[in-house]
Design a protein around this ligand. Structure first.
Ligand SMILES: *Cc1c(COP(=O)(O)O)cnc(C)c1O
Length: 238
């Protein structure tokens, strides 16, 4: 085997291991595997390895940077694959990404929601699906809306015709224990259910995006419907 073939084989092996973990986590908490989308996070990963994952059955990818995504997507086997932007989005990049992905997961301000809405109506004539990013772990993290301000934000953006809020996303602080992460995920799940009960116009709570390479099992146990996995699938990023 060439080095590339080795790398692609490793991706397939990793995918099998992750799939086993997801099945086991579902069995442990009585959930169905089909309730959970496995997203491959493709930042810094070359097209050959991404395609190995896509060819092995991955149906959803996430990219952090607009430029990186637009630069490599033509080389990817993306037929029927959901593409999400998961990284922080600056308002001046909105025009480049609206209409090019199926969902923007990282909306955390009224200003950004407005920019996406306006641009979406102008460029596509329709609405763009978004998630609101919540900063549930608090402290140093720069992105995400404060849980206390989430409902307020949703009421402010509920009349924007060019977005559809489909759920919530979170990135927990890096240096927390498994138990702390579970507590954070559990809090997210409570927020998700709570908002669902409020019936805000234009807001449906279908997707709870939480869980990454180090904590996707805990996230599934606490109700995640979409796990975003990079390094456990593709290896450590260099
Ligand atoms: C990089 C990234 C991930 C994946 O991280 P891993 O720990 O490599 O799985 C998930 N979500 C977001 C928003 C990311 O930026």
């Amino acid at each position: 085997m060439t080095e590339n073939q080795f790398a692609e084989q490793r991706v397939r092996d990793n995918l099998l291991r992750i799939e086993e973990d997801l099945q086991a986590a579902c069995a442990a908490c009585g959930r169905h595997r089909e309730e959970i989308t496995l997203m491959a996070v493709t930042k810094t990963v070359d097209a050959a390895r991404i395609n190995a994952a896509l060819d092995a059955g991955i149906t959803c990818i996430g990219e952090n940077r607009v430029q990186e995504y637009l630069g490599k997507r033509d080389a990817l086997h993306l037929d029927g694959v959901q593409k999400h932007l998961i990284g922080h989005l600056q308002t001046n990049k909105v025009r480049q990404i609206v209409g090019q992905v199926d969902m923007i997961q990282s909306v955390d301000s009224e200003r950004l929601a407005q920019a996406i809405s306006e641009t979406s109506l102008k460029l596509t004539g329709g609405a763009t699906d978004i998630l609101v990013e919540v900063n549930i772990g608090g402290e140093e993290s720069k992105s995400g809306v404060d849980p206390d301000q989430l409902e307020d934000l949703l009421w402010k953006i509920d009349e924007l015709k060019g977005i559809r809020v489909c759920g919530l996303m979170t990135i927990p602080p890096i240096f927390t224990s498994d138990a702390e992460k579970r507590a954070i995920f559990s809090q997210m799940r409570k927020l998700f259910i709570d908002i669902r009960g409020k019936n805000v116009d234009n807001v449906s709570m279908d997707i709870l995006s939480m869980g990454m390479s180090g904590d996707y099992v805990q996230a599934v146990l606490e109700g995640s419907t979409l796990v975003r996995i990079g390094s456990a699938l593709f290896g450590e990023r260099i």
